[in-house]
Design a protein around this ligand. Structure first.
Ligand code: SF4
Length: 141
């Protein structure tokens, strides 16, 4: 299978804080598959480390109130084009992220609260009917 994966899950230091979300179970699961790592936020031109962002309505704001929506959309579109070019079978995404979060994301208050919803990139994948699995779903924890 061709599997697109949030790069931070594979150990890339692309998180807002310059760290990663390495998930060894996912790395093990992927060893016999073609893996396509992407970080939509980095593809959109955001730096690393960067101020954390959350989805607030239709916009993406950082913790200081700066509007980063354009960078998020640009990065998600680039990542989506990669997914389409590679004809990925499925995407495994990091939870809660305003880019990669699928079904549950932070609520925009920077307090750790969660709401139902998807990040910018995850929503684009959903709109194309590309199957998504969450990093912390039962299969991976
Ligand atoms: S945008 Fe996605 S891949 Fe990049 S750090 Fe955030 S969750 Fe990980």
């Amino acid at each position: 299978m061709r599997i697109l994966v949030s790069a931070c899950l594979l150990g890339y230091n692309c998180k807002y804080n310059g760290k990663n979300n390495l998930n060894k179970k996912i790395v093990e699961l992927l060893k016999d598959h073609e893996v396509i790592p992407v970080c939509p936020e980095m593809l959109g031109g955001l730096c690393c480390p960067r101020i954390p962002c959350e989805k607030v309505g239709d916009r993406i704001l950082d913790k200081e109130g700066n509007d980063c929506t354009k960078q998020f959309i640009k990065g998600a579109e680039i990542a989506l084009n990669i997914a389409k070019e590679k004809q990925v079978d499925i995407a495994i995404l990091q939870r809660r992220s305003p880019s990669c979060g699928y079904s549950v994301i932070y609520d925009g208050t920077f307090t750790g609260n969660l709401v139902t919803g998807s990040g910018v990139f995850a929503q684009m994948l959903q709109d194309l009917n590309i199957p998504i699995m969450e990093a912390e779903s039962e299969k991976f924890v």
